[in-house]
Design a binder for this molecule. Structure first.
Ligand SMILES: Nc1ncnc2c1ncn2[C@@H]1O[C@H](COP(=O)(O)OP(=O)(O)OP(=O)(O)O)[C@@H](O)[C@H]1O
Length: 752
């Protein structure tokens, strides 16, 4: 098979059987490529060689073909194609293919051809070049599907043995114009059932004069001081207390943790007052999708619980009634090595009355379905998260979908009246909708940020990004360092020269460039806390170098040093949109290491060396390490030579992860899945927070560059944020691109 390029818009493809077809021209009939499965297979083989689709995608289509043939039913070529495409889409995070959207704009829906390598699952341009050295132009999906109608797809799929509407076993499911892999369709179904079942449970607080409702009202009035403004935290507590399923969403620092702690106190007050429970409090568990997110919630929840006015609450609530230990979801559900199945499921449910999941935007459909499987039918589920963040790495965007209508409220007049009775707050007319769905009544949005002060650029810029436009005024303020906490380091240069821009990033990584911030970052006070100016990696490396511990020092002293260094490493983090290329994690990790070496802050750049920071990239249950954990390599004098003298050896220090201040020291040779982490992808940074983040945007647009990615990158910064761009235009172009993951969950839930 060969391809020749005729002109900008036309490619002739020789299928090797005397047929040629022309591509990229909608007037040309390409349906011959869909004439037989072999022809479609030949085309997909091309796409696979060019790394447009994965071997897995083509393999899946072939498996469907073989299964059909075994049934004596040859597969329709269109079904063969769609089987490969649904597998491709699932690899990109979609739960299904919406056929109408696909036919409307196949290239955009499938992100084919890939503009740029975007993540692990997508091709490398260098590989692409090797695989297709002569001609990178392929017949595109849009060309192939130009004359295919929705009816063609539905007819071919419906007639296939491999496809059903779910009422019989089949590997593919077609429902309401959406094509699913059976597995994902089941996940979505289990999630929808779990939510709808809980939304339908009658609430003992439904009537404002019911005893439980009166206790709730009393508890909320104790927990929340009267306020002139609408207190959305109090409203969120009321809504979430009333329903067996609820979502509380809000941006950084809007008080999700503060609110949930008060909510749990109110629920325990209700349990304490309830005659049926005879004083028995609820069994509550707290979980987060990653170890890092769990550790962060651990830290903040204990503080918030300590501030509760226990003595004034009804129901004799005490501090011990509020759990402060947060576990990872995998640990909670009882993950088993080498198995997708968890120990807790319908047959062995969790012993829990209330489960709170923080950072729920990171939970994919697979894991969320497992949560519903493991929850007893009566158990209340509360999801917390920021709906505007990047969706989960794997398929689905559960939180985003559940919160699609959150901003506009859609509370029914009944809900509004109930809220007024319980909280004394009249919600704005704009949030009331006589047609509100059951789910809307259980979703609360926190609308005020308490973490960032009025002058905060992190707040202003992240809100602008969320709104889809960083306007001239905002860009100018970033360039001129007019915000207290944000700078755009090379914002004055539209398209900086590559080498100097990359060196600029490395210099910034060493010092944090405090002088570029307003007042050189000095004298900032946030919520009563005096902040230190921003720092870079020099800070933690000098802390490591300047210690005076030796072989006689107790292990606790080494632990304390490691903890200080790990905390200091958290003071700065480069975040990249891309993994590969000079602007990506791989290129920048190497380059930053070279700069640190030339500054004599590290001793080498390859292999293991003191100061090397590493990110764990897969769960290791034997070592107790979770994907996302960060460790730092130390030289420690703990081994002995043959004659008993102290001998230096390398160990990687990880926080113990159990909310204690302990450290786990692990020998580098035992660590399997990890990478150096001077630079980290924004995807990997989800659930983490750093004092100062530097977001690096590359010199051209790629499919990963979206509003959600930029928003997530900015909101990882607690106190300081810096931006470096390879092309100033990429900022706005990214912000104008939004991720829409195909899924049917929202529709299923609106059909209640
Ligand atoms: N109603 C409030 N009044 C004053 N300060 C508040 C209020 N709610 C929260 N805060 C403060 O704002 C900060 C952020 O609150 P919290 O940690 O609860 O927010 P969050 O939404 O969970 O943050 P994150 O983005 O880290 O998940 C904390 O210092 C908290 O004490």
């Amino acid at each position: 098979m060969s391809r020749t390029r005729n002109n900008e818009h036309q490619i002739t493809m020789d299928l090797g059987d005397g047929h040629t077809v022309e591509a990229s021209n909608p007037t040309v009939d390409n349906s011959r490529l869909l004439a037989t499965v072999d022809k479609t297979d030949a085309l997909l083989e091309q796409w696979q060689q060019a790394e447009w689709i994965r071997p897995l995608d083509l393999g899946f289509a072939r498996l469907i073909r073989d299964l059909s043939e075994e049934q004596g039913e040859p597969l329709h070529p269109l079904v063969f194609l769609l089987a490969a495409l649904i597998s491709h889409q699932v690899g990109r995070g979609h739960v299904c293919i919406d056929l109408a959207t696909l036919l409307d704009d196949a290239d955009a829906t499938l992100s084919l051809p890939p503009e740029e390598p975007s993540n692990e699952a997508q091709p490398r341009v260098d590989n692409l070049n090797q695989a297709m050295p002569l001609d990178l132009n392929h017949l595109k999906p849009a060309d192939l599907l130009a004359r295919i109608s929705l009816q063609d797809c539905v007819s071919a799929l419906s007639a296939s043995f491999a496809v059903s509407d779910g009422t019989r076993m089949s590997p593919l499911i077609l429902t309401e114009g959406r094509l699913y892999l059976r597995r994902l369709w089941r996940y979505e179904q289990r999630i929808a059932e779990g939510i709808l079942q809980r939304l339908a449970l009658p609430s003992p607080m439904a009537k404002p004069d019911a005893p439980a409702a009166r206790t709730l009202s009393q508890a909320l009035n104790t927990l929340f001081a009267p306020s002139e403004d609408i207190d959305y935290q109090k409203l969120a507590c009321a809504l979430a207390a009333r329903s067996c399923f609820s979502v509380i969403t809000g941006g950084p620092g809007t008080g999700k943790t503060t609110t949930v702690v008060k909510l749990l106190a109110a629920l325990q007050a209700i349990a304490g007052e309830s005659p049926e429970r005879a004083g028995r409090k609820y069994r509550i568990r707290l979980a987060a999708p990653t170890g890092k997110a769990a550790a962060r919630l651990n830290e903040s929840i204990a503080g918030a619980a300590n501030r509760l006015p226990f003595s004034e609450l009804p129901g004799q609530v005490v501090l011990d009634d509020i759990p402060t230990k947060v576990t990872t979801l995998h640990r909670l559900l009882g993950s088993r090595p080498d198995s997708r199945k968890f120990r807790h499921n319908q047959d062995n449910p969790l012993m829990v009355d209330i489960l709170v999941i923080d950072e729920a935007s990171m939970v994919d459909v697979d894991l969320m379905a497992s949560v519903f499987d493991a929850l007893p039918a009566h158990a209340q589920l509360i999801l917390l998260g920021d709906k505007d963040q990047l969706a989960s790495v794997d398929a689905g965007a559960v939180l985003g979908e559940l919160c699609q209508r959150a901003k506009a409220g859609h509370y029914t007049p009944n809900t509004a009246a109930w809220l007024a009775a319980i909280t004394g707050i009249q919600i704005p007319e704009t949030l009331i909708d006589t047609q509100g769905h059951a789910l809307d009544q259980a979703v609360a949005m926190l609308r005020k940020s308490y973490r960032f002060g009025e002058g905060s650029g992190i707040r202003a810029v992240s809100e602008a990004v969320n709104g889809g436009a960083v306007d001239n005024f905002m860009r100018q303020k970033m360039r001129q360092a007019e915000f207290d906490d944000v700078i755009w380091l090379n914002g004055h240069t539209q398209k900086p020269e590559l080498e100097s821009a990359l060196d600029h990033i490395c210099q910034h990584a060493i010092t944090g460039t405090p002088e570029a911030f307003r007042n050189a970052g000095k004298g900032r006070v946030v919520n009563g806390e005096v902040l230190l100016p921003p720092v870079g990696y020099r800070h933690y490396l000098e802390m490591m170098r300047d210690h005076n511990l030796n072989a006689d020092s107790p292990r606790e002293a080494w632990d304390a040093l490691a903890l200080r260094v790990l905390n200091a490493f958290n003071d700065f983090q480069i975040l990249c949109a891309l993994r590969r290329g000079p602007w990506g994690v791989e290129g920048l990790n190497d380059r930053v290491a070279q700069h640190l070496l030339s500054e004599k802050l590290i001793s080498r750049t390859e292999g293991w060396y003191p100061g090397r920071p590493v990110l764990v990239t897969g769960n290791d249950y034997n070592l107790g390490l979770m994907n996302g954990d960060i460790g730092i390599t130390f030289r420690v004098p703990w081994d002995k030579t043959a004659n008993g003298d102290a001998k230096d050896t390398l160990r990687v220090a990880f926080p113990s992860g159990d909310s204690s201040e302990g450290i786990r020291w692990i020998s580098p040779s035992r660590l399997q899945q990890l990478e150096t982490v001077y630079a980290m992808t924004v995807h990997k940074s989800q659930g983490s927070e750093f004092i100062h983040t530097c977001l690096v945007l590359p010199d051209r647009l790629s499919p990963v560059l979206t509003k959600e990615l930029v928003y997530t990158g900015i909101t990882r910064a607690r106190h300081w944020f810096s931006l470096i761009t390879g092309d100033a235009k990429v900022l706005q172009d990214s912000v104008e691109t939004q991720v829409v993951r195909a899924s049917g969950l929202a529709q299923r839930l609106s059909e209640d």
